[in-house]
Write a protein that binds this ligand. Structure first.
Ligand SMILES: [Zn+2]
Length: 103
């Protein structure tokens, strides 16, 4: 299989924020995995996605003030921003209550 995702082209003013990062946008797009194989970049198959090529180009785009999520298909958002869990930030309720009542 392999291949790339279907793409579309758009014309923007060269002076606008998007026009200033066209090459980075093309890089990000070329490093997008397919929907059938969301863990593997078609250009960097040796590493899991997001790959270093994607990260570098995404950094340029975000530095221009453009949210990278607008350029990433929705099915890949969960890999870019895994849900925050498995990191408890509060102590178990029983222990906290015991400490507070000892004053
Ligand atoms: Zn890549």
């Amino acid at each position: 299989m392999g291949g790339l995702r279907e793409i579309t082209a758009v014309v923007v003013a060269a002076e606008c924020p998007v026009g200033g990062v066209v090459e980075a946008i093309e890089q990000v797009t070329s490093h997008l995995p397919t929907a059938n194989d969301p863990e593997v970049c078609p250009l960097c198959p040796a590493r899991p996605w997001p790959c270093s090529g994607f990260d570098a180009a995404a950094g340029h785009i975000q530095a221009a003030g453009i949210p990278i999520g607008y350029l990433v298909p929705l099915d890949l958002h969960a890999r870019l921003w895994p849900p925050p869990q498995l990191r408890p930030t509060t102590p178990p309720p029983g222990r906290a209550q015991i400490g507070e009542e000892s004053s």
